[in-house]
Design a protein. Structure first.
Length: 364
């Protein structure tokens, strides 16, 4: 046992992609003996070369098996690993849970040693080359045990999540799938649908894009092959929510087709206000729903300017709650959007202007 880790024994990771390799990196850094397996020799070689673990061997005796393969293959691989390692606890990290559990129940798998799980972490890029040991830091990690999973099995996977720096959350498989449909799967579809409208747009129009478009389309860069599997595996909850989105869009279209018609502007206002209310419900810093105000500071595009701004904000005794940075498309300046508590806004703007900073939309 390594004193740095809560996880004990050898950990076998099947699937050396982004999640599997990232888990390998963090567990290896804690002194855990991590062995890797992957159907792709290239993916396995990359993960091993980057230090995510060692190749699986004939003498391996894992205490925990983590299945990190695409959703379509997850149930079959979990079943094979349960059979291959009859004393090991097995989990998977697929982004859907109920379908996998149903498949395992149907074939009579030993569910006492199985705990489904899902770390709510990822990147737009995949593969072992994009893996990071800090990928799970501070992120929710859902644990979805079966009705007969043993307490020891649940505890073992909870320890893995904790070692990865994640926040373990216990949920039922169906409850999990309903939740991720809303907060992950439907946003992927909506972002992709919006980004698809950019095809064929004239360069002059794209050149006007700002942070709003980038924020709402960022996840549209995700791997289509993987997302077809995810969406197909959770189609029911996704379709239910998409129907609601379609109803909202239909109402907006009707209103905009004749914006002067009685009730049209009210319908638009109601939709936008509902959006405001939805955003307000998203947990912010430290899980709070507290609202912040933002100021945008213009920064010259030269080394050290952002660091100087952040240092001066600290010297003024203001706590920065969030930071968003983008570049101006037409000038050699950056735009730093600083989120702060509302009561600090006026004094901070005045102090920054006095120090020579330019505030977008404010006094010079």
């Amino acid at each position: 046992m390594n004193a740095l880790a809560r996880t004990t024994g050898q950990v076998r990771i099947v699937g050396a992609g982004l999640l599997g390799a990232s888990l390998g990196h963090v567990l290896t850094s804690l002194g855990v003996d991590v062995v890797l397996a992957d159907a792709s020799r290239t993916a396995l070689s990359i993960a091993v070369d980057y230090g995510a673990g060692r190749r699986a061997g004939a003498e391996d005796a894992p205490s925990i098996v983590i299945v990190a393969v695409p959703p379509d293959a997850t149930a079959a691989v979990v079943l094979a690993e349960l059979a291959a390692w009859p004393t090991a606890i097995v989990t998977d990290v697929a982004s859907v849970k109920q379908g996998i559990l149903d498949d395992l129940i149907a074939v009579g798998a030993d569910l006492q040693r199985y705990v489904g799980s899902h770390p709510m972490a990822g990147r737009e890029r995949g593969g072992a080359i994009a893996a990071r040991a800090d990928l799970f830091l501070g992120r929710p990690w859902v644990l979805a045990p079966s009705a007969v999973s043993t307490p020891d099995a649940l505890w073992a996977i909870e320890n893995v999540a904790a070692d990865a720096g994640a926040i373990p959350i216990i949920m039922g498989a169906r409850e999990h799938d309903d939740a991720v449909a809303l907060v992950s799967h439907v946003p992927q579809v909506v972002a992709s649908a919006l980004a698809a409208r950019l095809q064929g747009a004239v360069p002059e129009a794209i050149g006007l894009a700002g942070g709003g478009l980038r924020d709402t389309t960022r996840i549209a860069e995700s791997d289509p092959a993987l997302w077809v599997q995810i969406l197909g595996a959770n189609s029911g909850p996704v379709v239910d929510i998409l129907r609601g989105v379609r109803d909202d869009l239909d109402a907006a279209i009707v209103a905009l087709e004749n914006p002067d018609a009685p009730g049209a502007r009210r319908a638009l206002a109601d939709l936008l206000a509902a959006g405001n209310a939805g955003v307000a419900s998203i947990p912010g810093k430290h899980g709070r729903s507290e609202r912040f105000t933002s100021i945008t500071v213009l920064i010259d595009d030269r080394p050290g300017e952002l660091a100087r701004l952040l240092t001066e904000i600290g010297e003024l005794g203001v706590n920065m709650e969030d930071l968003h940075l983008e570049h101006s498309p037409s000038a050699q300046v950056g735009l730093a959007e600083i989120s702060i508590v509302p009561e600090a806004e006026a004094d901070l703007i005045a102090a920054l202007v006095e120090r020579g900073w330019r505030i977008a939309g404010g006094a010079e």
